[in-house]
Design a protein around this ligand. Structure first.
Ligand code: GLU
Length: 330
């Protein structure tokens, strides 16, 4: 082959590679809902399969399927708030459900996000209050957070908001992980199994009231929700504004007495780069079909337009801004 021919060939290959990169890039950006036209496939980070983010995200996916032509929404289960926020930063998720405290840390680049700001995260709407539920075996001798000293404790799944809250509750009790006999990072279902088998004494779940992970456990095991109240609640509220006191009514879980604890709020967030009309249409579809959310889980009934901006800690996406100003809420 002559020199000229091989040079030409190299140029051709280079051009082909460039075309593939460019068209591939365009196809990806359309496919992920960031282009102006074309088919749109969105994905949403849910949470634990045994939690409440997952069924609610599933309900949103069904709404998108029936109400938004040419758009699909796939739901991914995950450790939840912290990992979802990181996947928003990396561009791997279009939408996600996260706790409002974690969203605020992510946007500001503090706590679990020290030096790793999730600047491209925007708020869409708030869902419901999410209590920090410290579940203990009834016979474990744990009636306040201080009693966790020397116990085996699941401190929330890796990448969860529950873990962030667990560490703050320990701090409010003057404890650190080294004061525990064991600090386990198990996924939510595993933590329930470990409690049932007596391999741990207590587990932290920041999750909506009535989550399957706790209700299923209560059927086969005597458990208590350890109150996080009085000076513990005061210290947590002084540490972070997001905490508010809530009551978990008696018999929410089989034979479990009423307990007071602290709660944060779960919210839906999305990529800043999603188009305004897509976000506007998505929020419109959700609130026009709120019955689908209400029937997906008992706690889904707490999702209402009236409370849809409660506890929103980060700037709204412009599509959300438009939706809520039209409703007279901004
Ligand atoms: N709030 C939990 C977390 O981020 C997830 C709860 C759920 O999946 O329903 O840690």
């Amino acid at each position: 082959m002559s020199d000229r021919n091989s040079k030409r060939r190299r140029l051709f290959v280079l051009a082909l590679v460039l075309v593939l990169i460019v068209t591939g890039g365009v196809a990806t950006s359309f496919a992920r809902g960031r282009g102006e036209t074309g088919p749109t496939r969105l994905n949403m980070g849910g949470g634990w399969v045994t939690g409440v983010y997952f069924p609610l995200a599933g309900a949103m996916s069904r709404i998108v399927h029936t109400e938004m032509e040419g758009i699909s929404l796939t739901v991914e289960s995950s450790g939840a708030s912290v990992v979802n926020s990181n996947l928003i930063r990396s561009g791997d998720l279009d939408l996600a459900i996260v706790q409002n405290d974690v969203a605020s840390y992510a946007y500001a680049g503090r706590n679990a996000f020290d030096g790793n700001r999730v600047e491209n995260m925007r708020g869409l709407f708030s869902l419901y209050p999410e209590p920090v539920q410290l579940v203990a075996r009834a016979d474990a001798g744990i009636s306040s957070p201080s009693d966790l000293r020397g116990k085996r404790v699941a401190v929330g799944p890796l990448g969860s908001g529950a873990e962030v809250n667990a560490l703050q509750v320990l701090e409010a009790a003057g404890l650190s992980e080294s004061d525990l006999a064991a600090a386990e990072r198990l996924d939510a279902g595993e933590a329930a199994d470990y409690l049932r088998d007596g391999r741990i004494d207590a587990a932290f779940f920041t999750v909506a009231i009535g989550a399957a992970v706790i209700s299923d456990l209560a059927v086969s095991q005597n458990i208590r929700i350890v109150p996080i109240t009085g000076s513990y609640a005061d210290r947590l509220k002084a540490m972070e504004d997001f905490y508010a006191s809530v009551t978990i009514p008696a018999n929410t879980y089989t034979n479990v007495p009423e307990a007071q604890t602290v709660a944060v709020v779960s919210i839906v967030v999305g990529q800043a780069s999603l188009s305004d009309s897509l976000v506007y249409d998505f929020i419109t579809a959700v609130f026009d079909n709120i019955n689908v959310i209400h029937s997906a889980h008992a706690s889904g009934r707490m999702v209402t337009l009236d409370t849809a901006l409660d506890g929103m800690p980060i700037p709204l996406h412009p599509g959300a801004e438009r939706f809520f100003s039209e409703k007279g809420m901004r």
